[in-house]
Design a protein around this ligand. Structure first.
Ligand SMILES: *Cc1c(COP(=O)(O)O)cnc(C)c1O
Length: 484
């Protein structure tokens, strides 16, 4: 029996100070601050001590290898790189849900990214009017374009749609009543619930109608001396079907005009692209609400629009001016990066074909089943011809549906073709979890009927290679595990 003196082995580990004295250490970490290097070396040594203390610990041979000078340096380098890498990082969205709130909602168009880079890496005319050489307004950069695209009189952009609704309620109805249909008292995930937002804005909620039916006469009867606003809320993430009624938008507009009370519509997603014309869903465009005569409306910049996180407010000039001058405006205003991304995204909407080509969200939503089938066939072929991948992954091609997500068009199914994946000796949940943590880019798929299903609809152009790369990483870890 060989007796190993554990403590002696541990004592053979060099101290951080000695490692730092070595020229090779300095060469390896030349570009990094000394404090970080020393911290990483200390962490690497702690890891080794912990490994040694494990039961069973490393064999003598393994221990000799991992405590070699070069191995310790390599370990410290990994520690340092992990420390410096971004916590917020890309993932591959294979869920087929296009506007996926957990995965960052809308990926930006190339044009938008360029605009952000251009404006954020240099000084800009954010609040400087180049024509007259005096202070300008950050709102002017996108307002004209928004009005041209939608037919609105005036426009304003704030941090997100939640902020837009809050600001509109506060600026137009504080201390008074806002009338809302009981069928529209929505909750949009998290803490955004219409009754709570009303309370926070200092507005008294006046509910009318019932959950399923609200008539024009319900509104008529509810309007009184204290009414400041009629609020219409898009029931983004749910539909009430069956015995239901809501007055037509034009009737509400008419009523608001008669009583001289502004009508504000929270559109939720708000589309600038005519999706129904492309055969997808029944969401009318923002322009339709403006044309119908809504006094003010708001919607998100990063849902169906496919731009940066923002809340876009459109409508009557006098109302927008009121919001613009409100003391809360400063707290809700958007950053230059948002404005740059939004302006560039909007230019694509000058032409529907351009929007379809350029704006990832629009492109993904309007992509056909045929396109998906071709993508999946390509991926399946690449996997089948890869020796390592095909040895651990069983692939099928199956029909499924993609979702638009983000609370937009919850009932709209987008027919799609998916890659169904199974791995030997793994449950679907285990495979899903392993893919979720695989380097270099995590794969987020779905579990359907005991298999992992990957929908290529939400894969961006050029990401097929990244997907195969991550799959290979995963497969390699499987095969080495099998050999051990
Ligand atoms: C999504 C949504 C909001 C919130 O918009 P954000 O841009 O996420 O702040 C508000 N109202 C409705 C109806 C929505 O669908």
């Amino acid at each position: 029996m060989i007796f190993i003196d554990k403590n002696a082995s541990l004592r053979s580990l060099p101290a951080v100070g000695r490692l730092l004295e070595n020229p090779q250490t300095l060469a390896t970490f030349a570009d990094f601050p000394l404090a970080l290097v020393s911290q990483s070396l200390a962490e690497a040594l702690t890891q080794l001590r912990n490994l040694w203390a494990q039961d069973p610990g490393p064999s003598e041979l393994e221990w000799a290898q991992m405590t070699q000078f070069a191995s310790i340096l390599a370990r410290a380098k990994r520690v340092l790189e992990a420390h410096l890498s971004s916590h917020l990082r890309p993932v591959l969205n294979l869920t087929g849900t296009v506007i996926h709130t957990n995965l960052g909602r809308a990926p930006l168009s190339f044009r938008a990214l360029q605009a952000v880079h251009n404006v954020a890496s240099q000084y800009s005319n954010l609040e400087y009017d180049l024509d007259v050489g005096t202070r300008g307004s950050r709102h002017d950069h996108v307002a004209k374009r928004l009005c041209a695209l939608t037919g609105a009189q005036s426009a304003l952009v704030v941090n997100n749609n939640a902020a837009a609704v809050l600001l509109a309620l506060r600026a137009l109805a504080q201390g008074g009543e806002a009338v809302v249909s009981r069928g529209q008292l929505v909750e949009i995930g998290g803490s955004f619930r219409i009754p709570d937002i009303m309370a926070q804005a200092g507005v008294i909620l006046k509910e009318v109608g019932t959950s399923n039916k609200t008539h024009l006469r319900d509104y008529q009867q509810a309007l009184g001396e204290n009414t400041r606003l009629i609020l219409k809320v898009h029931t983004s993430n749910y539909r009430i079907v069956g015995f239901v009624h809501q007055p037509a938008l034009t009737d509400l507009v008419e009523l608001a005009r008669q009583r001289q009370i502004p009508l504000f519509e929270d559109l939720g997603s708000g589309a600038l692209f005519d999706f129904p014309a492309a055969g997808v869903g029944d969401e009318p465009t923002v322009a339709r609400s403006i044309k119908a005569g809504v006094d003010l409306l708001s919607f998100s910049g990063d849902k169906l629009l496919g731009g940066a996180q923002a809340g876009i407010i459109l409508g009557r000039q006098d109302l927008v001016t009121k919001l613009r001058g409100h003391p809360w405006m400063r707290a809700l205003r958007v950053d230059k990066m948002t404005l740059a991304a939004l302006e560039a995204t909007l230019t694509a909407y000058e032409d529907p074909e351009l929007a379809r080509r350029e704006v990832p969200v629009v492109r993904m939503i309007t992509a056909s089943y045929q396109e998906m089938a071709e993508k999946v066939a390509g991926l399946a072929k690449a996997i089948a011809t890869d020796e390592v991948l095909s040895s651990v992954l069983k692939i099928d091609q199956v029909d499924a549906v993609s979702r638009i997500g983000g609370g937009a068009l919850p009932l709209t199914d987008l027919p799609t073709r998916c890659l169904q994946m199974r791995a030997r000796d793994l449950t679907a949940k285990e495979l899903f979890d392993q893919l979720r943590t695989v380097p270099p880019v995590p794969i987020i798929a779905r579990i359907v009927h005991d298999a992992v299903v990957a929908d290529p609809r939400t894969l961006l152009p050029g990401q097929e290679g990244m997907l195969l790369d991550s799959l290979r990483h995963w497969a390699q870890s499987k095969t080495t595990a099998l050999q051990e």
